[in-house]
Structures are given as structure tokens and as C-alpha cells.
Design a protein around this ligand. Sequence first.
Ligand code: C2E
Ligand code: CA
Ligand code: CA
Length: 704
Amino acid sequence: MTKNTIFVVEDEVIVARDIQSRLQKMDYEVVGTAARGEDAVERVLDLRPDLVMMDINLRGEMDGIDAATNIRAEYDVPIIFCTAYSNKETLARAKITVPYGYVLKPFDNRELEITIEIALYEHQINVELEIARERLIATVSNIDDGVVTADRQGKVLLANAAAIRILGIAEESLLGSDLDSTFTLGAFTEGDEVVTLEVPDPSSEIVDQAVTRQYLTSSDAARVPIEIGVSWFKLRQEQLQVVTFRDITQRLSQEEQLVRSAFYDSLTKLPNRQLFFDRVTSRMISSDAGGDQMQGKDAFTVVLFGIDRLSVIKQGLGIEASDTVIVEVGQIISAALNPQDTISHFGGGTFAVVLYEAGEVGLGVVIANDIQAEIERSLILAGESSVSVVVSAGIVQYSAQYTSVDELIRDGETALQKAKQEAAGSFVVFNSVMYEEAKKFVYVRSALQEAILEDELVCCYQPIVDLESLEIKSFEALVRWNHKELGEVPPSEFIPMAEQSGLILPLGDQLLEQVCRQLAAFQDKGLKGFNFAVNISAQQFNADLPVRLDKLISQTALAPSDITLEITERIAMAAVESNFQLMEAFRERGHKISVDDFGTGYSSLAYLKRFPLDTLKIDQAFVRELALDSDDFVITKAIIDLGHSLGLKIIAEGIETEDQLLILRQLGCNLGQGYHIQKACTVDEILAASASNASLGKALLPVK
Ligand code: C2E
Ligand code: CA
Ligand code: CA
């Protein structure tokens, strides 16, 4: 441990020596001595000892008390006065300098040592207290909360900087004022109790006041929202109260912001789905409580409006324009509603509306139609002066069968979807048949997803024959799905579903690979002389397809001409440059392209000249009605002749009778396919026929 250092001030040289040697014996370090007051001040401030022994009577201008006062003004050091005699007046002066002890000369060692130790200890404690006090003051004056301490009678004793700021009252006028008159409080929301800071009745028990929200009227008459609480404590027999309060203006606006973003759509400022559900749910509960059947005045209608072709607007005019459309549609719908009705923007231009007065669905339809008409009339797209905004509507009537808003909205959404499919700007009222359909759709779609993952879809192959020789020239791959619960699901049911949900891409990939591998397997077994035709959906017909085909062709060692792509007339004719380029890409590689369902689209044959095609497939509808004197005979004849003049081969599909076959032959149709010749066969059936040199129905396998 380092020794405590002491500075000795004594004008009698011999006494100074004596004190010095005594102190050293007590194990203190004497860092210096001085005989005159002025020297003492200078050297103590320079040396900064732990303690000063100060003789009161010094020769010269400055006595010990003056010297001590000067030292302590700048340096907080314990000072012990030593004096041989003292009068009352001197001692009184000495007291003011906060002495840490007196020793009277002559003093004995023990007395001296105790006085020094006490002085050092006391000084140490004082320093710590001072630090603690400073920290406390710094803390209280730096917090954002206002803190006001008052006595039992409510007289303000202390106020921190935040209190002064929030109240807007100067510290001088605050100290000593009455709490009750300083705080002008008011209820935060109507009906709330107003906090009072009156002096509590002396007889009654003192209680704390929990933190409550109030409005404070500050000195400049501003109404400040605050949180305020009062707690009482006892200090040295005295009851004191501390009022803490904080300005919550900012917090309130944050809270409001939070509520807004949680319950309101930021674009339209309308209630969002969450708030809508809450409102309609509570409405449903309250009408349930009535116990009545949901009819008459308790029934209501829900309408879902959806902006048609919003994605087209977004692509064509930009996101800002489409946002504006959404906002404006929301405004028109809102304006058409009664005050008690509820509207919400679910996002993406879909609005939900509850028409509470529409107890009959017919009334709901009328209101919805009016709104649709109003939107179409008043919203004309900027820059596209002839194009107006159109909304479709899905309408559902609330009835006792509904137990939740979710169910209502689900059905409304189903109806809306139906409406959008039917035509832009139309409406559909939900009914139970639609519900069953929707349920099945959801089920089948997830089953299909699973089937794709499990690779459960298998192709069958329908022969396409030369109509003269009935020899097989090609097989059309037709997908088959046998589901464990649903049974055989026809492709006409699940292919459109796969197209709608995007599942067609993985499915198409899978089937293309299956078909290529199957044809390669046939060729390995010596079954040759025909190619495979694969149906390609619109979404599959993109730039990835040639790449994918290249890979498969090289993996399976097929020739490009082994694969014919069947694309519908609609895809082929879509006047899209990229489609044309794609067709060129396939033709360059050596694949064949066949136009399926020909005659059902809008295209003229002459138009086909532009495209690199190989075959036309006349749609079943024409073949079905084919009789020598029918219109279809004339049309079919025209298609075949024109097709031939363009250098295309013609396939007739859906040949079901011998008559049809004969007529088609007579018309010079090259190829044919249909139940009359052979239905789609499994791979095993084809292999069995080949092994036994048998035909497939009327279709003949090429001779090996
Ligand atoms: P599609 O391409 O027009 O196929 C011809 C459909 O007519 C097949 O129905 C076939 O079984 C049927 N058919 C053949 N001959 C006759 C007949 O004489 N009379 C009648 N009434 N029908 C006949 P399927 O297999 O049910 O396929 C229906 C549709 O599903 C196909 O029409 C095609 O658009 C689609 N599809 C089938 N397989 C696939 C596939 O692998 N990929 C894609 N993208 N679509 C496929
Ligand atoms: Ca086809
Ligand atoms: Ca077809």
C-alpha cells in the first residue's frame, strides 16, 4: 500500500521538524513543509497531498485559516488545524473552511494519529458521496421524463430539466409552488378520471397513483398528452411525493401509425383484410345473438370486385398508373356505399364490400352492377382515351350456413374468379354447385401436384395412319392419369387446371422426356418407321423448349424428325414475333410442327403461308358432321385443298365411322386418327401387337 502523503504548515522551524519526524514514524510521507501561508497555498496546490496539517497562527499576511480557505477553494483536501491557543472568534472562522479536525499543541502521538486517520476516512466518504450525488443529479436531469419532488403539503422541492421543459415554467417559479396548481390536467379520453394532485387529507392514508394517460395544459396553453404517476416515500420522517410524467406526443403518433399499417391498406387508405374480417365477424356475431334466421334485415350481401386486366394496365402504363386506377376504383366504390357498409382493399385491385341493407341477393346484384357501370363510365385510362377500366364482381349472400367470414370470402372469391373467366366486367353469384366444383378443383389440383412429383402420369399412344394403306406413320402421345381415389381423370379436365396453375411446365417436361425415352426404347426393339407427336401447351411454347428438346434428343439418340410438336391453332396464329422465331428454331433443327384443332380458331389459311408448318389437323368437330352433302363436307374439302396447295399434309382426327374414313380418303386427306381406327394404346399393347405381327385395331404397324 502506498503511504498517505501529508503537507505540514508550521512557522516554528523546530516544531515543524518535530511534527515531521513524528509523522514519519507513524508511517506517513511528509511531502513538504511551509512556514508562510502564501507558500503553503502554492505548494499544496502543486503537490496535491492527501492531507494538510495547518498551523493557524502564521507569521506574515496570511494566517492558517486564510490559507486553508484558499487551498480548499481549488483543491478538495482534508485539513487539520493545529494551534496552541484559540479564541472563540478564530475557531468560528476556522469552522467555515470545513476543517477535518483540530489538534491542540502540545499534542501526543496517539491523539495526532487518530485525528489524521479520521480526517482521511471522513474525506474519502465525502468524496464518494459527492460522486454519487453528482451521478444522481446528472441522471435525473438527463432523463426525458419530468420528475418533480414535493413535500407532504404539495410544495415543490425539486424539478428536473424535463419537468421544466414539459410544464413550460421557469425553475424559480416552479420551486415552492403548489403541485395542484402547477399541473392542469384533463381526461385523456372522454369519461376517464382526471388525476388530482391535491394535498391528501391528513387523516387519510397516503396512496400512490398508478401511471395514467392525461392531457396536460402547459403554461403556453398547449395540450400535451402525458403519462403521469405519483409515488410517495419517506425520507427522514418526512413524507415526500415524486410526480413523474412524460410527453407521449411522439409515442401516440407512432402507435397510430402502427394501428394504421396493421389495419389499413397504405395505397387506398381503406381497411385491409384484417380489419374487414374483424368488422364483419363482429357483425355476424351480433346478428347471431338475435337468434333469428339470417333473413330479412339480418341477411346481407358480400361483393368482391376485381379490376380486370390490371396486369395489362401495369405492363402498359406502369405501376403508378395501375396504383392510381386501384385508388380511384376504391373511391368510386366507397362513394356508392351506405355509411354502415364495410369496404376493404384486399390488395392487387381486389375490393371486398359488405352491403348490409342488401338482404336479398338481387338487391346486391343491382348495387354491384351500378358500381361496375359507374367505374366503366368514369375511369378512362390516361393516354388510351378509348380504353376504360372494367371490374368484375363475385357476389355471395350471407346465410345461416356460413359460420365464418373466411367461408363467405372464399365463396365470394370463387364467384369473382368465375366472373373474370366468363368475361371482363361481368358478375357471378355464388351458389352451392360452384362450391362443390371449387372444392373438387382444390382437391384435384393438389392431387395433380402430387402425381407430378411422384411421376405417376403415363402416356398412351394413338396411331395416326396413312388413310390409303392404314399403315401407322405416327403416334400421338396422350397423357393418362389414374388416381387412386379419383380414378381415371381425363386430360380435358386436368390439363386446363395444370395450365392455370403453372403446373403444366414441370408436367410438360416430364412427359416430353417420357415420350423421347419411349420412342428410343421402341427403336431399340426394332419398332421403327413412325414418329411421335407431342401436344405442347401455350406456356410450354417458349425459348426453353428447343434447348430442352436438344438435350433429350442427344441423350436418347433420336433424330429431330422423330418428334412432331402439336400446337393449337391459337398458339400458331398468335401474332407474336417470338412464336414465329420459335417455329423457325424447331424447323431449323428438323422437328416437325403440326397445327392441332385446325378450324376452331379464327385464322385464314392464307395466313398460314408465313409459318414453317408440316401438317394440319382438322378438328374432330368437322369430321364428326362429315356427310357428303353437309356444310362440314364443303369446309373440310376446302381445308384439305388449300392445305395441299401450301404443301402441308392433312390429318383428320376423330374418325369414328367407316363412312367418315371413306369420305376423307375421297377428299384426298393424307392421314387419319380416331376410334374407328384405334384408340390410344398402352406401350404393352403396342409391344404385344408387334411381337405377334398383329394390327392395332385397323392400324398396321410398319413391317420390320
Ligand atoms: P387433342 O390434342 O385434340 O387430342 C385428341 C383427343 O381426342 C384425345 O383425347 C383423344 O383420345 C381423342 N380422340 C381420338 N380419337 C377420337 C375419336 O374417334 N372420337 C373422339 N370422340 N375422340 C377421339 P384425350 O386423350 O382425352 O385428350 C384431350 C386433350 O387433352 C387433347 O386434345 C389435348 O389437348 C390434351 N392433352 C392430352 N395429352 C396431352 C399432353 O401430353 N400434353 C398436353 N399439353 N395436352 C395433352
Ligand atoms: Ca393433339
Ligand atoms: Ca385435336
